[in-house]
Ligand binder design. Structure first.
Ligand code: GLN
Length: 294
C-alpha cells in the first residue's frame, strides 16, 4: 500500500471514531511507524509501505479508535523541552503543568532540596532538577507502577542511578506510599511541589474518553469536592518544610480561592495565584512562616 493511501485510511477511521484531531493523529502515528517526517507526505506520497509497517499502523489506528491517547500509543510526551516516557499508569504531562515548573524555578536556588508529592511520571521533579544546579529531589507516589515510569525517566533524562538508598548525595530518589507516609525518614525540604489529583469525582465522567477511560483514575480523582489532597498535603506540609520553605500547587480553574485559604490557615504567607496561558487560575504557591516560629 502507498504511504498516502495508508494515511487516508487511518484518518478516515479516526474521523469515524470521533477522534478530535483525526488527521493529525493519523499522520503522527504513520510517521512514528515508518520513521518518517512531515515532509514525506509531501515529497513521497506514493512510496510503498512494507507489510510489517502497514500491520503496525493498522494496529495503532485501532487503538486510537478506542480513544487510547496518542501519547500512550507512542509511549512519549514532550514536557519542558524533554521527552518523557509515559504509559497508562501515569497521567500524561500537560502543558499547563509547565506553569508550575516555571514558577517554582523562579524560587529555586542551587543546592535546594525539593519534594514532589504525587510525582506520577516524574515530569515536574525531573524538569526542576534538569534546569537547576546541585539540587536534590525526592518524588513520592502511591502507585508503584507510576514510580517505575518516573525512575525510567529520571535514569534516562538525568543520567542518574535511581536505586533507592538513604544517602545524602543522591540527586533523585523515589518512594512509594500514601502522601508523606512514603518518606523513609523525617526530612525537611526547601520546596514542595505537587500536582495532586484534583477533579471532582462527579466531573470525571464528563471528561473526554481519552481521560476518563484511559488515564489513571487515582491520578485524577480529587474526591467529592476535588480538594481532598490539597487539604491533606497543606495540613502536613509544614512538618516537611524548612522555615521559609515554599509550597507550589497546580490547581483546577476554580480552586484558587479554597486552596489559598487552606494555605493561609496553615501558616503560609505571601500566597499567590498564577494563571495559565488560557487566562485560568493554575498555580497557587506560598511561603511557610507560621506565626509561632517568629
Ligand atoms: N506530577 C505528575 C504530573 O503533573 C502526576 C500528577 C498526578 O498524578 N496527579 O503530570
Amino acid at each position: 500500500m502507498k504511504y498516502k493511501e495508508l494515511y487516508l485510511y487511518g484518518a478516515e477511521k479516526l474521523k469515524n471514531a470521533g477522534v478530535p484531531e483525526a488527521e493529525l493523529d493519523a499522520r503522527f502515528l504513520l510517521e512514528a511507524v515508518c520513521h518518517t517526517t512531515r515532509n514525506d507526505m509531501l515529497l513521497y506520497p506514493d512510496k510503498e509501505v512494507d507489510e510489517k509497517q502497514k500491520e503496525d499502523y493498522v494496529n495503532q489506528i485501532r487503538k486510537r479508535e478506542k480513544r487510547i491517547p496518542l501519547q500512550y500509543i507512542l509511549g512519549k510526551q514532550e514536557f519542558m523541552g524533554m521527552e518523557f516516557y509515559v504509559n497508562k499508569d501515569v497521567l500524561i504531562p500537560r502543558q499547563d503543568t509547565e506553569i508550575l515548573v516555571e514558577e517554582a524555578m523562579k524560587h529555586l536556588h542551587d543546592g535546594m532540596h525539593i519534594l514532589d508529592v504525587c510525582t506520577g511520571s516524574g515530569c515536574i521533579l525531573i524538569s526542576l532538577l534538569h534546569y537547576s544546579n546541585d539540587c536534590q529531589g525526592v518524588g513520592i507516589d502511591i502507585s508503584e507502577a507510576a514510580l517505575s515510569v518516573a525512575k525510567e525517566n529520571a535514569a534516562r533524562l538525568l543520567e542518574v542511578n535511581v536505586e533507592n538508598h538513604l544517602e545524602n548525595q543522591q540527586k533523585i530518589s523515589f518512594w512509594k506510599g500514601d502522601l508523606f507516609d512514603a518518606l523513609p525518614e523525617m526530612d525537611k525540604f526547601d520546596i514542595i511541589v505537587s500536582n495532586p489529583p484534583y477533579i471532582e469525582t462527579k466531573v470525571l465522567e464528563t471528561l473526554e474518553p481519552e481521560v476518563s477511560h484511559h488515564e489513571p483514575l487515582i491520578a485524577l480523582d480529587g474526591k467529592e469536592d476535588g480538594l481532598y489532597f490539597y487539604r491533606r498535603i497543606v495540613e502536613n506540609a509544614g512538618k516537611y518544610l524548612h522555615r521559609d520553605g515554599m509550597l507550589f500547587f497546580e490547581i483546577g480553574y476554580n480552586q484558587a480561592e479554597p486552596v489559598t485559604q487552606l494555605m493561609k490557615d496553615m501558616g503560609f504567607i505571601e500566597v499567590n495565584v498564577k494563571k495559565d496561558y488560557a487566562g485560568l487560575d493554575r498555580v497557587v504557591y506560598g511561603t511557610y512562616l507560621p506565626m509561632d516560629s517568629l
